[in-house]
Design a protein around this ligand. Structure first.
Ligand code: UDP
Length: 323
């Protein structure tokens, strides 16, 4: 059995849809931002907190868990700057509780959701796993702290782990059953699609004076189902003993500016956007693009969906959004 913490959230719920084809899945989620209906019906659902030792104990005592995948975190750069306490408590403190209870129950395989925000403002054009990490916001720091703690725990307690550093996840499950739904929404692609569907007056481009060709921020957008597949490969590598500790970037290796994303949304939907240039958002680096060569070489992972397909699937979800 695999325990998926945060399995009712955006990326977790998409992972569960794939994982359930191969494994029995237990989802633990406090539903603070996740959606109960997003959890595949074949998964066992437990409502509870990963920071609560009793909630964790009851899961680990009841089910024979062989690995934990940890998606439950706060993940908004801007919010982390305003409210760092929340980020250090939830992303660091609660994860430490989880690791403690896991080790106590002798569960030693762990997949950790990390982020491109661990790199800060990179000194290279394309980021590899050996690029220096120097996060510039509390969100990125909270994730890097856990990465460092995992390395120490691996040495001292024989913990096996894979850290996955996501770039910008977007898109939705192919059937349109589940997709991205945050309240409030802050992510670029859903915001643009809400605008193009008539639910917002305009789209703001946060900053047009970055050192990029069109002045807006460049990001590497990756389809959520490509991300899900990477998690399955990472899990198999741990369970089969091919990995003891590993860190991988997950991106497409292609950067798109905010303006290019808006244009691609216009092409997919056939609707013209009303775009305004706004101030930079605090904590945002100008460019984050991944090399994912390492996971390609070591685990055979590859991305299968490009930006247009990402936006098409997000638009398909948006038009019939169920939650
Ligand atoms: N962004 C923007 N307008 C918006 C929302 C986001 O210009 O309404 C920009 C943001 O500054 C960043 C990029 O779009 O450069 C992606 O932001 P998002 O919040 O989707 O993901 P993040 O990169 O913060 O994980």
């Amino acid at each position: 059995m695999i325990l998926v913490i945060g399995g009712a959230g955006y990326i977790g719920s998409h992972l569960v849809k794939e994982l359930i084809k191969k494994e029995t899945v237990v989802v633990l989620d406090n539903l603070s931002t996740g959606h109960r209906v997003a959890v595949d019906q074949k998964a066992i659902f437990v409502e509870g907190n990963l920071g609560n030792e009793d909630d964790l104990k009851s899961v680990f005592s009841k089910y024979p868990i062989k690995a934990v995948m940890h998606f439950a975190a706060n993940s908004l750069v801007g919010e982390s700057v305003i409210n760092p306490l929340k980020y250090y408590e939830n992303n660091v403190g609660d994860t430490l509780t989880l690791l403690k209870v896991m080790l106590r129950h002798n569960v030693k395989n762990f997949i950790f959701s990390s982020t491109a925000a661990t790199y800060g403002i990179p000194n290279v054009d394309i980021i590899s796993e050996s690029t220096v990490t120097n996060p510039i916001n509390p969100y990125g720091r909270s994730k890097l702290m856990i990465e460092q703690i995992l390395a120490d725990y691996a040495k001292a307690y024989d913990l096996n782990y894979v850290v996955l550093r996501y770039f910008n996840a977007a898109g939705a499950f192919q059937t349109g059953e589940i997709g991205e739904s945050h309240n409030p929404e802050t992510h670029l692609i859903p915001i643009v699609l809400q605008h193009l569907a008539g639910q917002r007056e305009k789209v703001s481009v946060f900053g047009s004076d970055y050192e990029t060709p069109d002045g807006s921020c460049i990001r590497d957008y990756i389809h959520v189902m490509d991300l899900a597949n990477a998690h399955i490969l990472a899990l198999e590598s741990l369970l089969e003993g091919r990995n003891k500790t590993a860190t991988y970037n997950l991106g497409n290796g292609l950067g798109y500016s905010v303006k290019e994303v808006i244009e691609t949304c216009e092409q997919v939907t056939g609707v013209k956007a009303n775009v305004e240039i706004a101030e930079r958002r605090e904590g945002d680096p100008g460019k984050l693009v991944a090399s994912s060569a390492k996971i390609f070489e070591e685990l055979g992972w590859n991305t299968e969906r490009d930006l247009t397909e990402i936006i098409q699937s997000a638009w398909n979800w948006h038009q019939n959004q169920k939650y």
